[in-house]
Ligand binder design. Structure first.
Ligand code: ADP
Ligand code: DP6
Length: 323
């Protein structure tokens, strides 16, 4: 039965950046994220006998082939599992700016996997949903679960799957500094491909990931925000360094991103537990204690408008909505 399904975005603390297998979306490295409550997607899938192709209506607007391709990749797998041939109308609402480096692809494709599962009546497990969401967008595999989540790279379609690590029910949260919410020039998909293929720094990035991941997992189990933040910040900086070595080179940073990163460093010098991470876009995410969030937000208002700063707490896994 068609039902609305909600999935929240997640922000990686250990980044996924590069694919081992493009067709199956199997990554080069394990990644680890925090699912957040502030941004999410609601999606409903309806299979219809009279459609000649799948269609995606996002925020009331029919989407182009590029967006549809990811959606149909997931729907094809659902059709195969359910032995169905009907195409589907996908209605989706993003409570997150689309393609601005705020992980709309994660919440969007995870919500789609959940909604398609409901529409086809497949009753898939969370693990199967994670696998399915991954085929739409890698980071979406992690948005099936709440709290801290690790996507194990695996070696094939079956083993490349996300798993919950910790419920994040402790004093940690994230502030989003929205320096720009417009669509980015280089999508994550194109950016990571270009980096893997051309950046001489890519191997250097990969070489340090096992250590970052092991230290991050230890820091999470100790609930040590300073360790979590330190590792996340250095991991993000390394990922962004790889893009400067790509050919042609590119960066997701803008002048305002630098202002935000500097503001975080200043607050840290003043004694606060604050760290930043960034994804494929100019917006900056600030890792801090939930108990300090109001103070940190106020301090950041010296650099940015209050409306540009959004507070987020750890969020839940996917949910089937009742109406
Ligand atoms: P972001 O930083 O927002 O994740 P990406 O470039 O990685 O940016 O992904 C954005 C793309 O994800 C969109 O162009 C679209 O293809 C897809 N996407 C985003 N939201 C949805 C949604 N609700 N349903 C289906 N696909 C979506
Ligand atoms: C920088 O999951 O959007 O946010 O698998 O090609 O759809 P595709 O890429 P996507 O990439 C996310 C990249 C990142 C890091 C991360 O979320 O781990």
């Amino acid at each position: 039965m068609s039902k609305w399904v909600r999935a929240h975005t997640n922000i990686a603390l250990i980044k996924y950046w590069g694919k081992e297998n493009e067709a199956l979306i199997i990554p080069k490295n394990n990644s680890l994220s925090l699912t957040l409550d502030a941004f999410y997607t609601d999606t409903k899938v309806t299979f219809k006998a009279d459609l000649a192709a799948d269609e995606l209506i996002l925020d009331g607007e029919k989407q182009d082939q590029t967006a549809l391709k990811k959606v149909s990749a997931v729907l094809d797998l659902i059709r195969e599992k359910a032995g169905m041939t009907e195409f589907a109308t996908v209605e989706s609402v993003n409570y997150v700016p689309t393609a601005a480096g705020l992980a709309s692809s994660a919440s969007g494709l995870a919500a789609l996997a959940g909604a398609a599962n409901e529409a086809a009546g497949l009753n898939l497990s969370s693990e199967a949903l994670s696998r399915l969401a991954r085929r739409g967008s890698g980071s979406a595999s992690r948005s099936i679960y709440g709290g801290f989540v690790e996507w194990e790279k695996g070696t094939d379609d079956q083993t490349s799957v996300a798993r919950p690590v910790d419920d994040a029910n402790w004093d940690i949260g994230m502030l989003f500094i929205i320096v720009k919410d417009a669509k980015k020039d280089v999508s994550s998909r194109d950016g990571m491909r270009r980096t893997v293929e051309t950046s001489p720094f890519y191997d250097g990035w990969l070489a340090t990931l096992d250590r970052d991941l092991a230290e991050m997992k230890a820091a999470i189990s100790e609930q040590d925000i300073d360790k979590v933040g330190t590792i996340a910040e250095r991991n993000a900086l390394k990922m962004h360094a790889t893009t400067l070595g790509a050919n042609p080179p590119f960066t997701y940073w803008s002048a305002d991103s630098m202002v935000a990163m500097d503001a975080v460093r200043t607050l840290r010098k003043e004694g606060h537990s604050v760290y930043f991470t960034m994804d494929a876009g100019p917006n900056v995410k600030v890792i801090c204690k939930q108990s300090e969030m109001k103070t940190i937000k106020q301090a950041l208002c010296a650099y940015f408008g209050e409306e540009q700063i959004i507070s987020a707490a750890p969020g839940p896994g996917i949910q089937v909505m009742e109406n």
